[in-house]
Design a protein around this ligand. Structure first.
Ligand code: NZQ
Ligand code: ZN
Length: 388
């Protein structure tokens, strides 16, 4: 068991109608609010109107139109400008992970005199950020319970994970009913994202029994309830199970006491969505079985056998390699069964830029020894080719 030093300071406020408490939670944080949201789904579900009513005593400024894979030049800089000009006290993010990630970068940028990109790239330390409250409308990223945000810069094909303890939301409102309208594509992609967050942490050299059990339970929950939510979008229990399982994804709780994994599938996927603006969870689902096949070896076999026997109930008496191959196939089949396109070509990616992406990806450190299985540029290219 490795040493750790763990804290998640975010208050989770979970359940039907919890948003009624919004003003009480926001009041101590200030009166001048920047309301951030995406392309309009919150208006369609009546949440925008609800928030306006609940916060009628506050002074609200708005940043609408935050894109999926939120963009630095438009959304982050646009939000920072409003915060500085209007002396914003607190940011209220209403939407999915993209809106919240963008809000986190805005919150830090608003407290910094230089170019916010320096914070995102960790060239400058983050010393302060505005407080953030969020209302989540999509179960996927875990941004509501973590200290990270992922920001894209189109000009340079960068999509970077920006992590800093200042970025934890103060409070996250999680009402599963707000996810009833998430369509099949994004319900499936969100589930694939959350599954992958767990796998990134399960595949590591030193692990412990409690962490394994927690991961396996998370995977089991996601795989059980995603098909239910897709078939019955307004099934509260299914949406609630997904919402809770997703929120733990990236705050480290799944890996307490474990050694580092390195998050290789995320590094690879971030390049795919930086270059082609694809949906994060779909890119991950495509990469997952190909990465697994690539790293399968005598050294990694135990992880596959553990997953296959515990999660899928594969007969432990079978040869280990057979269990491992069956486990990989089960993930592939699951993603396919919830409607995810399982080839890069199906999401508009051909071979033309694979080498360029592999080069970009390896620069993020996937070849370094701290990774569970270090990958060279050539190996990353092989995984991308196998995903075509
Ligand atoms: O923009 P609107 O109109 O709101 O529509 C959104 C968007 O088109 C729609 N949507 C959201 N809630 C809805 C809804 N549609 C109907 N009903 C609702 N209730 O869904 C679409 C996708 O939204 P988005 O926020 O982009 O999805 P997600 O939450 O999956 O976020 C993806 C982003 O998060 C990053 C990804 O890379 C990607 O940029 N990640 C963030 C992480 C983190 N902060 O910890 C970790 C992840 O690994 C991930 O990298
Ligand atoms: Zn992810």
């Amino acid at each position: 068991m490795h040493n750790f030093n763990y804290m998640t300071p975010t208050r989770l406020i979970f359940g039907r109608d919890v948003v009624e408490k919004l003003a009480d939670v926001m009041r101590p944080l200030g009166r001048r609010v920047l309301l951030t949201y995406g392309g309009g789904s919150i208006k369609k579900i009546g949440l925008y109107q609800k928030v306006m009513e609940l916060l009628k005593d506050f002074e609200i400024y708005e940043l609408p139109g935050i894109e999926p894979n939120p963009k630095y030049t438009t959304s982050v800089l646009g939000g920072v400008k409003i915060c500085k000009e209007q002396h914003i006290d607190v940011i209220l993010s209403v939407g999915g992970g993209s809106v919240l990630d963008c809000s986190k970068a805005i919150a830090a940028g608003a407290c910094y005199d230089g170019e916010p990109w320096d914070l995102i790239t960790h060239k400058a330390p983050t010393e302060a950020a505005l407080p953030i409250v969020d209302i989540m409308t999509l179960s996927a990223t875990g941004s509501e319970y973590d200290a990270g945000g992922v920001i894209s810069r189109t000009e340079t094909n960068d999509k970077l994970a920006y992590m800093d303890p200042h970025l934890y939301p103060v409070a996250s409102f999680l009402d599963p009913t707000y996810t009833f309208t998430v369509n099949k594509k994004h319900t499936a992609a969100g589930t694939a994202d959350a599954i992958n967050h767990i796998l990134e942490q399960y595949f590591c050299a030193d692990h412990n029994t409690l962490a394994d059990g927690f991961c396996e339970s998370g995977l089991c929950t996601l795989m059980q309830f995603a098909p239910v939510a897709i078939a019955e979008p307004e099934n509260y229990e299914a949406r609630a199970e997904l919402m809770l399982a997703c929120c733990y994804g990236c705050n480290g709780i799944y890996a307490l006491g474990n050694s580092r994994g390195g998050w290789p599938m995320h590094s690879i996927e971030h390049a795919l969505s930086a270059y082609y603006d694809i949906t994060h969870g779909e890119g991950l689902a495509i990469i997952t079985p190909r990465w697994m096949e690539h790293i399968l070896s005598e050294r990694t076999l135990e992880r596959f056998v553990s997953l296959g026997t515990h999660l899928f109930g594969i007969d432990a008496a079978k040869p280990a390699m057979e269990i491992a191959r069956e486990t990989i196939q089960r993930f592939y089949d699951f993603f396919l069964s919830i409607g995810i396109p399982m080839h890069l070509r199906e999401v508009g990616i051909d071979e033309s830029r694979l080498a360029e992406m592999a080069h970009h990806i390896v620069l993020e450190g996937l070849d370094k020894p701290y990774n569970y299985v270090p990958l060279t540029e050539g190996e990353i290219l092989d995984i991308l080719k196998a995903s075509l």
